[in-house]
Ligand binder design. Structure first.
Ligand code: IMP
Ligand code: MG
Length: 257
């Protein structure tokens, strides 16, 4: 067998079998397929590579440590909205909500109960916390958790994970969302909450991706519009559950996506 260069790829999903790549005339292919063709003992190669990885792990500059030692900042390609920009926008939305609900008399319902804001867990938590303090009229708030496992075969499959703790019948309801993408989640929430006969229903979202819409939905307050097809993280929004605590809204570098 001719000597060949073996590249060890390292990244977010370090599965040895899928991450070991061989260089070849046809570019990079999975080691297992290639080695099968060459009739090489895969087990033996795996043992050697595992030993090599173990060796590298104990070095100060090994790739695994480099990956995990990166701060969130170092993993971002670009910051789209800084914490300061977000704060300014949240203050404006808070003022608009305060004056709108005062003007319509909805700041207090017939029984003297204030507006009820509904935070959609988990993405809207940061926005909710800041927005609530930017609203100048009294507000009650509640939480609701939704999971969406939409994919190409069942787009927009949405499920209720945790319902509100209080009834909303006859109340003025303001839903607070992080981002409206296809519109499936927001429509699911809207249908569910309208069925409980609130006095009024509005939606406030921090981000809107209008060109991604598959189901129309009317939004009453929007923080920022995203005009490009970008997947964002930070300020409550996640990639595979992480980066929610990054204070700015940003794009991940491709190697972390
Ligand atoms: P929709 O049902 O497609 O409108 O999806 C809305 C939900 O998908 C949002 O509440 C987010 O949780 C999630 N989502 C959509 N786009 C992004 C993104 O760019 N970053 C993080 N989460 C996103
Ligand atoms: Mg969400």
């Amino acid at each position: 067998m001719n000597p060949r260069t073996i590249y060890i790829a390292y990244g977010s999903n370090c599965e040895l079998e899928t991450q070991i790549l061989l260089s070849g005339d046809l570019g990079y292919i999975k080691a297992e397929e290639k080695l099968k063709k060459l009739q090489v003992d895969i087990g033996e190669v795996e043992r050697i590579l595992k030993a090599l990885i173990k060796f590298l792990e104990n070095k100060p500059l090994n790739p695994f440590y480099l990956y995990w030692e990166k701060t969130m900042h170092e993993r971002m390609e670009r910051i789209l909205f800084t914490a300061e920009t977000i704060q300014r926008r949240v203050q404006d939305i808070g003022k608009a909500i305060s004056s709108d609900y005062q003007a319509t008399g909805a700041a207090k319902d017939r029984e003297g109960r204030p507006l009820i804001a509904v935070c959609i867990l988990q993405g809207a938590v940061m926005f909710m916390a800041d927005l609530m303090r930017a609203i100048e009229i009294p507000v009650e708030y509640d939480f609701m958790s939704i999971s969406s496992y939409g994919n190409s075969t069942s787009p927009g499959a949405v499920r209720l994970l945790q319902d509100l703790s209080h009834p909303i019948t006859g109340r003025d309801v303001l839903v607070v969302e992080d981002i409206i993408d296809t519109g499936f989640t927001a429509n699911y929430i809207k249908r569910g909450l309208l069925a409980r006969n609130p006095a009024s229903f509005r939606i406030c979202t921090l981000l809107d991706k209008p060109f991604r819409r598959e189901e129309a939905i009317k939004m009453d307050y929007v923080g920022f519009f995203l005009e490009e097809d970008l997947f964002v993280v930070g300020y409550g929004m996640d990639y595979a559950g992480i980066y929610r605590n990054f204070p700015h809204i940003a794009l991940l570098k491709p190697e972390y996506r």
